[in-house]
Design a protein around this ligand. Structure first.
Ligand SMILES: *Cc1c(COP(=O)(O)O)cnc(C)c1O
Length: 467
């Protein structure tokens, strides 16, 4: 029999063997930095926005993460929203094990991809068909290509502060406060790649003309912290698109199957032409999907002229995990999650403000956005309100400029570390949202609320020194 011990494996040494010291977050990150660019496979994980050394995870379970030092954290990152049921939920791990036993990829149609596609189309009204891909980036990139191929137009309109993955054309304005034509969002993006990307402010209905192929929007902006669509905004964008024959793309990589079974299009009753999905629909495995009206999806190869492909697209492990999640979440679960997030946001606000910081914590469905500031730093409400209350709240941002005024105030950094030391992991940056999920119990939320009060007291007292 063929066993691993007989393989001529190169001996790898564990951390204990390379050095006599304990396995620490520091030692693992040092090691990582030698062989992985910047020590991470996605920049936000590096803690560069908050300072300090990231913890290196060995295990997740439900609402918790465990690091190499044996610390346990109540985790509000939840893989940036990819694990709705929490870490290592048995229905998901069992589905993955069963699928893996039958082979991990074939390069041929599978039953699993059909079942997941049916589950998606069955829940999202107006989404007749999907094409499964391996990430949200791919979904958005392919949706843009499809919109251009379908309309025969080149221009794409996106909103500053909305993130649609890291493809060249869509990085513009994803990390820059300047709303302007064709500003590349990264070195290495040639001007030509963004020449047809127009970046406009969120929550303002843009003026469009007949050169516009599509408007792409996060229906709830969840990559500049949490910004709600203003009344009439999504509807206005829908009408502006219709007036010039442009397609409307909802990037529901975060909101899809998290706000509600039908996502943001159901919640706000605005129907786009194309959807981008990801995160939740993979149950923690790499998946994305673009979807929309059959008439538009028909433009994709092989039936149509718009090329799109992927060796691992519709991967059987990922589709099994995604299907396990979607089949185990019903309307009652979304309602419960939404109610719990609203209570959590209220209690968190009170706890932090009682501790002496200014704060506003909001929830939109199950998504939670935390804004912290120093009292009296001018980020509070407009004059005319109760001054004592004004001092202790943070005015909610409506767009990227306003989100940045809060995000760059420096308070989040200290607050983040004060909470981490108390075993509560917030996302390591002020532009990410919190993802309380179905695994978080009332007790977990209570722990976070109490820790947030202590952390606020510590930060407000100027006592805190980040490691
Ligand atoms: C995460 C995200 C993406 C990119 O998805 P990846 O799987 O990271 O490529 C795109 N759009 C939105 C709204 C996202 O939050």
């Amino acid at each position: 029999m063929f066993t691993s011990s007989k393989l001529p494996l190169k001996r790898t040494t564990g951390p204990e063997k390379t050095s006599p010291q304990r396995s620490t977050n520091e030692s693992w990150f040092d090691r990582s930095r030698k062989v992985i660019a910047g020590g991470v496979d996605s920049p936000v994980r590096s803690f560069s926005a908050v300072g300090g050394t990231p913890f290196t995870v060995v295990r997740g379970s439900g609402a918790y993460l465990f690091d190499v030092e044996g610390n346990r954290y109540v985790d509000f990152i939840q893989s940036y929203g990819a694990v709705l049921l929490g870490h290592a939920h048995p229905v998901v791990t069992e589905a993955i094990k069963r699928a893996a036993a039958d082979g991990t990829t074939y390069g041929a149609p599978t039953t699993g991809e059909v079942l997941l596609a049916e589950a998606i189309c069955g829940r999202v009204a107006g989404c007749d068909q999907v094409r499964l891909v391996s990430s949200g980036t791919e979904a958005a990139m392919s949706a843009v290509r499809l919109a251009r191929g379908y309309t025969g137009r080149n221009r794409i309109v996106k909103f500053a502060g909305c993130y649609h993955g890291h493809s060249d054309a869509l990085l513009a304005g994803g990390g820059s406060g300047v709303a302007t034509l064709g500003l590349a969002g990264s070195a290495g993006v040639p001007p030509g790649a963004v020449a047809d990307t127009l970046v406009v402010p969120y929550n303002e209905v843009p003026d469009l003309d007949e050169t516009v192929a599509a408007v792409i929007v996060e229906p709830v902006a969840a990559n500049m912290n949490l910004v709600a669509p203003a009344d009439g905004f999504l509807d206005g964008v829908r009408r502006a698109c219709d007036a010039v024959g442009a397609l409307l793309i909802f990037d529901e990589v975060i909101t899809g199957f998290r706000l509600a079974a039908g996502g943001a299009s159901a919640t706000f009753e605005v129907r786009p032409d194309l959807w981008c999905f990801g995160k939740v629909i993979g149950g923690g495995l790499p998946v994305g999907a673009l979807g929309g009206r059959a008439q538009i999806l028909a433009y994709l190869a092989p039936d149509g002229p718009v090329y799109q492909a992927g060796t691992l697209s519709g991967n059987p492990l990922a589709t099994a995990a995604g299907l396990a999640v979607l089949s185990n979440v019903d309307d009652a679960a979304y309602a419960q999650l939404t109610a719990r997030a609203a209570r959590f946001a209220d209690r968190l606000t009170t706890s932090i403000t009682d501790g002496g910081l200014a704060a506003s914590v909001i929830s939109i469905g199950p998504l939670v956005g935390l804004f912290v500031a120093e009292p009296g730093d001018g980020l509070g409400h407009e004059p005319g309100h109760d001054p004592e209350v004004d001092e202790r709240t943070v005015r909610l941002p409506r767009n990227y400029d306003e989100a940045r005024a809060i995000g760059e105030n420096g308070v989040y950094r200290a607050f983040f570390h004060a909470l981490l030391e108390r075993g509560v992991a917030l996302p390591p940056g002020p532009y990410e949202v919190m993802f309380p999920g179905l695994a978080h119990t009332d007790d977990d939320l209570e722990v976070a609320i109490d820790a947030a009060g202590e952390a606020a007291t510590q930060v407000a007292g100027g006592l805190f020194k980040p490691r």
